[in-house]
Design a protein around this ligand. Structure first.
Ligand code: UFG
Length: 326
């Protein structure tokens, strides 16, 4: 049985859809930002908190857990600056409670959702796992702290783990049953699509004076199903013992500027966006693009889905989402 913590959230729910095809799955989620409807019905659902020893104890006692995948974190960079306590409490302290419970029950295999935000403002154009980590906000620091804790636990307690550093997750499940559904929404692609559906007046581009070709920020967008498949490869490597510890970037290896993303959304939807130039958003690095060569070489995983297809899947979801969520 695989325990997925945060399996009702955006990335966790897409992972569960893939994982239930080959594994028994139990999802623990407090539904604070995730959705009950997003959890695949083949998974067992337990409502509870990752930082609550009693909730964890009952999951580990009632199920024979072989490995844990942990998606339950707060992940808004701006909020982490104004409310760092929330980030250190939920992302660090609660995760420690989870790790402690795992050890008590002799569960040693762990997959951890980390982030490109651990790199801060990188000094290279293409980020590898060897690029220095120097996070510039509490969100990135909270994730890096757990990475460091995992390395210490591996040395001291034989913990086995794979850390996956996501770049910009986007897109939706192929059937449009589930997709990105945050409240409030802060991410670029859903904001553009909501605008093109008439749900927002315009799109603000945060900064047009960056040191990039068109002056807007460059990101590496990766389809959420590509991300899910990377987790399945990582889980397989832990379960068959071919990996004991590893850290991998997950991206497409291609950078797109905010302007290029807007243009691609216009092309995919056939609609014209009303774009407003705005000030830079605090904490945004100019460029974050991943090399995912390491996971390709070691586990054979590679992102498959292009930006156009990512946006097309998100567009299907946005058109369908009112039916699913109501
Ligand atoms: N942007 C706009 N207008 C908007 C929203 C976003 O111009 O209305 C810009 C941002 O300034 C940024 C780019 O679009 O340059 C992407 O922004 P997102 O908010 O979609 O994504 P981020 O790159 O800020 O952050 C995401 C995750 C983080 C993670 C990071 C790693 O939300 O958790 O990717 O790359 F750390």
């Amino acid at each position: 049985m695989i325990l997925v913590i945060g399996g009702a959230g955006y990335i966790g729910s897409h992972l569960v859809k893939e994982l239930v095809k080959t594994n028994e799955v139990v999802v623990l989620d407090n539904l604070s930002t995730g959705h009950r409807w997003a959890i695949d019905e083949k998974a067992v659902f337990v409502e509870g908190n990752l930082g609550n020893e009693k909730d964890l104890e009952s999951v580990f006692t009632n199920h024979k857990i072989d490995a844990v995948m942990h998606f339950a974190a707060n992940s808004l960079v701006g909020e982490s600056v104004t409310d760092p306590l929330k980030y250190y409490q939920n992302n660090v302290a609660a995760t420690l409670t989870l790790l402690q419970t795992m050890m008590k029950h002799h569960v040693k295999k762990f997959i951890f959702s980390s982030t490109a935000a651990t790199y801060g403002i990188p000094s290279v154009d293409i980020i590898t796992e060897d690029t220095a980590t120097n996070p510039i906000n509490p969100y990135g620091r909270s994730k890096l702290m757990i990475e460091q804790i995992l390395a210490d636990f591996a040395s001291a307690y034989d913990m086995e783990y794979v850390v996956l550093r996501y770049f910009n997750a986007a897109g939706a499940y192929e059937t449009a049953e589930i997709g990105e559904c945050h409240d409030p929404e802060t991410h670029l692609i859903p904001i553009i699509l909501q605008h093109l559906l008439g749900e927002r007046e315009n799109i603000s581009v945060f900064g047009s004076d960056y040191d990039t070709a068109d002056g807007t920020c460059i990101r590496d967008y990766i389809h959420v199903t590509d991300l899910a498949n990377a987790h399945i490869s990582a889980l397989q490597a832990l379960l068959d013992g071919s990996k004991k510890t590893a850290t991998y970037n997950l991206g497409n290896g291609l950078g797109y500027s905010v302007k290029e993303v807007i243009e691609t959304c216009e092309k995919v939807t056939g609609k014209k966006a009303n774009v407003v130039m705005a000030d830079r958003r605090a904490g945004d690095p100019a460029r974050l693009v991943a090399s995912s060569d390491k996971i390709h070489a070691e586990l054979g995983w590679k992102a498959q889905i292009s930006l156009e297809k990512i946006i097309a899947s998100a567009w299907n979801w946005h058109q369908n989402s009112a039916k699913v969520t109501n």
